[in-house]
Design a binder for this molecule. Structure first.
Ligand SMILES: Cc1cc2nc3c(=O)[nH]c(=O)nc-3n(C[C@H](O)[C@H](O)[C@H](O)COP(=O)(O)OP(=O)(O)OC[C@H]3O[C@@H](n4cnc5c(N)ncnc54)[C@H](O)[C@@H]3O)c2cc1C
Length: 341
């Protein structure tokens, strides 16, 4: 039977993702937004921790804002497999009835959320960029780009519970960690049948180190089609070098072959949240903006004063990057000379 919104469902839950005991930072970002949602609804915020030997992470969840942690520990939950993880989460939801369930839009979270939502026969909105409560209806407003990012759609799940959403890493800010914050630990046993996993993990092969971890970069110097050629990239490399930053790119620059795909920022690339983002020769298409507009400071350099990038820029410089970028690099070099690294 389908769970309906009859008031029996209360509380906000965040799935705490871990692999080999290593938590995915998106879990803490979700506790940050989960805290706001729970406070607005005046309900509890809980983390859900599944695995083996992972109880220690409950302390982290409390520090990042959870009031309570539901913990299922079982050997079958050692390496991630869809069936037992989904089973455990579904059992918990059925037992404790949260009204909202959030997961990170990582490959694990995407896989698990779909399996859980279908088993619970409830609604799931993937890749949300905004989550708010409508104070009148208490419904979760789940906003995400749709139609190739040309429309921001706000989606509601009026009648079924829990309201489920995934959010990409770095879309929400990391909340402040409160070292001595304490919460409740609720251990739950799920009776797994022997061969329930369905899948056997034979070997886990680590991905060779990526050239660039844009989502962790504090300063990004990104270039777009306006660069005109691969050769001009060296001007951005010099600026990034002086600032200790990382290069980034619009899709147009990646499609032109100037930078490899892992440098792409945006809806179909990486979502970034650096302290400073330089958008150089980037027009500011919505699909690019959704991946970088939460940067603390955005510096746009573009010769077209009408370019939409200026709408989100903290500082805008209208001009030819061939002149502006070397001048900036030189000035930063001068200013930073003698500063400790
Ligand atoms: C489903 C879908 C997903 C997408 N996903 C992404 C994504 O993840 N990331 C992404 O970036 N795009 C994405 N796009 C593409 C996006 O719509 C834009 O086409 C793209 O972002 C444009 O890149 P750009 O800003 O570099 O190029 P343009 O839009 O061509 O802009 C170039 C800019 O450079 C300026 N310029 C030119 N010469 C100079 C100069 N000498 N000095 C200074 N400025 C100059 C111009 O004024 C212009 O504003 C997606 C599109 C779709 C349909």
């Amino acid at each position: 039977m389908t769970a309906t919104a009859n008031g029996e469902y209360r509380g906000v839950w965040v799935f705490i993702e871990q692999v080999n005991g290593e938590p995915a930072p998106v879990s803490w970002e979700l506790l940050g937004v989960g805290r706001q949602l729970a406070d607005t609804l005046e309900v509890e915020l809980a983390g859900v921790l599944l695995g083996q030997g992972v109880a220690g992470l409950a302390r982290e969840a409390w520090a990042y804002g959870a009031d309570r942690v539901y913990l299922v520990e079982d050997a079958i939950l050692g390496p991630y497999r869809t069936a037992p993880y989904a089973r455990a989460l579904v059992e918990l939801v059925k037992g404790y009835k949260p009204e909202i369930l959030l997961l990170g839009a990582t490959s694990l979270g995407r896989d698990l959320s779909g399996a859980v939502a279908t088993a619970l026969e409830t609604g799931l909105t993937a890749d949300c960029t905004g989550l708010h409560i409508d104070p009148e209806t208490r419904l979760l407003e789940q906003t995400r780009p749709a139609f190739g990012g040309n429309v921001m759609a706000t989606i509601l799940c009026r009648h079924h519970r829990p309201q489920m959403a995934t959010v990409r890493p770095r879309v929400m800010p990391l909340p402040r960690r409160q070292e001595d914050r304490q919460g409740k630990l609720v251990r739950v046993t799920v009776p797994f049948a022997g061969e329930e996993a369905g899948v056997q993990v034979v070997e886990i092969i680590a991905e060779p180190g990526k050239a660039v971890y844009l989502d962790r970069a504090e300063i990004i110097v990104a270039g777009g089609r306006g660069l005109g050629s691969r050769e001009n990239l060296h001007l951005l490399e010099e600026l990034a070098g002086v600032l200790g930053g990382t290069l980034g790119a619009s899709r147009a620059a990646v499609e032109a072959g100037w930078l490899p795909p892992e440098y792409q920022v945006g809806q179909t690339g990486t979502t970034v949240r650096p302290k400073v983002y330089f958008a150089i020769g980037i027009s500011g298409a919505i699909q690019h903006l959704v991946g970088m507009q939460t940067a603390d400071v955005i510096v746009a350099i573009n010769q077209d004063p009408e370019a939409p990038i200026f709408k989100v820029a903290t500082y805008g410089i209208i001009g030819d990057f061939l002149e502006v970028v070397p001048a900036l690099t030189e000035e930063f070099r001068r200013q930073l000379a003698g500063c400790p690294a």
